[in-house]
Design a protein around this ligand. Structure first.
Ligand SMILES: Cc1cc2nc3c(=O)[nH]c(=O)nc-3n(C[C@H](O)[C@H](O)[C@H](O)COP(=O)(O)OP(=O)(O)OC[C@H]3O[C@@H](n4cnc5c(N)ncnc54)[C@H](O)[C@@H]3O)c2cc1C
Length: 382
């Protein structure tokens, strides 16, 4: 398998060529980007974070951010599917039993197994870390019934990391994570979600009805699910979503700075839009916001990789900051693009829709600020 450097190079080439050329068609058809996943899997990109002993590249959070930022520039739907796969496989690598790791990780490293997270439930909404479903005891196993409200790669993934409360527990964060394979009896996809953006990520509700889960299917110790969410899922998810947001913003910035140079007015003697001071001012604001958010992302990754105890506030903040920067950049780009941007020809309209997802995806920007405010004031988060 390729090393990290090889994976980063392959990801860039596939993103620039294949993801870019299919992005608009995938968005219009609202279809799962299967060929993109196959190309990324074959090149070892889907094994980026899997330890070398299981055939992966053993990459870091910084490598993940580069991969997702590049994919985000070219096809954010594919980037979101890749991110949820990275999150799920990171849970298996960190908390799986030896046999789970042997069974799943080498296949995932080769691109032969795509995973995702099934955390969100209608009953707890964006507060997905406190599921309301419970796994009831059934002799030596448990029966899991849950209504999962949004799952990326629903029906397309080979497996789902599913959260659920411990039966009878009084604490909302006393939960377990289970590995549930595609095709398991009682697991089904419930229609389609039809989101405004990220139309190619196959997001849909899923239901589990009396799905039998044994202790062998649990990822981590009994009751340890919440800790795994905090220590494993949160850094990958937050930094990953931030990277995708800044990928979208980078692409929108590149597109609009080219556009204002070529949009010329006959009535003004052929002067370009870029010659107008207000246009230059908006471009300057976009550049500053994008650079500031990228610097914050890099600093968060540095702190997280160094194990800095102060990293948590930044891990919470970076997704919100990147989402806001992305929305600001893309909105200004839409303004500067005028009718060209408002139509579907240029691709900016898709970026505008894709950009909305990050602040909605839980924890939403508002909920993150609620946490950060409490953390800064020394108040309990839960
Ligand atoms: C494209 C996409 C892909 C997704 N993929 C997955 C996936 O793969 N797996 C998965 O488990 N989930 C996934 N989700 C679900 C996601 O993470 C959220 O759980 C979901 O978006 C929350 O939506 P909701 O409508 O239930 O929010 P609600 O809980 O109804 O929240 C509505 C609004 O209330 C606000 N709000 C709530 N509480 C507070 C508070 N305390 N302070 C301030 N404001 C508050 C929120 O900010 C939000 O704006 C996905 C979502 C999207 C959009």
């Amino acid at each position: 398998m390729p090393d990290v450097h090889g994976v980063l190079e392959a990801n860039e080439a596939i993103s620039r060529n294949q993801l870019a050329s299919r992005a608009d068609e995938i968005d219009q058809a609202r279809r799962f980007p299967r060929e993109n996943l196959e190309a990324l899997g074959k090149a070892g990109v889907l094994g980026l974070l899997i330890p070398a002993q299981f055939g992966g590249a053993g990459g870091s959070l910084a490598d993940m951010s580069r991969v997702l930022g590049m994919q985000g520039q070219h096809c954010p739907s594919t980037a979101m599917v890749t991110l949820m796969h990275f999150c799920a496989m990171s849970v298996v690598a960190a908390q799986g039993s030896d046999s789970q790791k042997q069974q799943i990780l080498p296949a995932a490293a080769r691109g032969g197994h795509i995973g995702t997270l099934a955390f969100s439930e209608a009953g707890s909404g964006g507060h997905f870390y406190t599921p309301v479903s419970e796994a009831r005891s059934n002799g030596s196993s448990k029966l899991l019934t849950a209504s999962k409200s949004f799952v990326t790669s629903a029906g397309e993934a080979d497996s789902y990391v599913v959260s659920t409360r411990r039966a009878g527990s009084s604490s909302p964060t006393d939960l377990n994570l289970y590995f549930v394979a595609k095709g398991t009896k009682g697991l089904s996809t419930q229609g389609r979600f039809e989101g405004l953006g990220l139309a190619g990520n196959a997001s849909a509700p899923m239901s589990l009805v009396d799905v039998v889960v044994t202790d062998d299917a649990r990822l981590g110790s009994e009751g340890g699910g919440f800790q795994t969410m905090l220590e494993v899922v949160l850094p990958h998810f937050q930094i990953g979503v931030a990277s995708i947001s800044l990928g979208i913003a980078t692409a929108a910035f590149r597109m609009i700075t080219t556009r204002v140079g070529v949009r010329k007015y006959e009535q003004a003697g052929g002067a370009a839009l870029s010659s107008i001071p207000r246009v230059q001012y908006l471009v300057a604001e976009m550049a500053v916001d994008l650079n500031a958010a990228n610097a914050y992302l890099n600093e968060t990754i540095r702190k997280a990789m160094a194990g800095d105890p102060a990293a948590m506030v930044d891990i919470l903040g970076v997704k919100a900051k990147a989402a806001e920067a992305c929305l600001g950049v893309v909105s200004r780009a839409m303004t500067l693009g005028g009718g060209w941007a408002f139509g579907k020809r240029g691709g900016l309209e898709r970026m505008f829709r894709d950009a909305q997802a990050a602040s909605v995806m839980a924890p939403s920007s508002d909920v993150l600020k609620d946490f950060i405010g409490k953390a800064c004031l020394g108040l309990p988060l839960f």
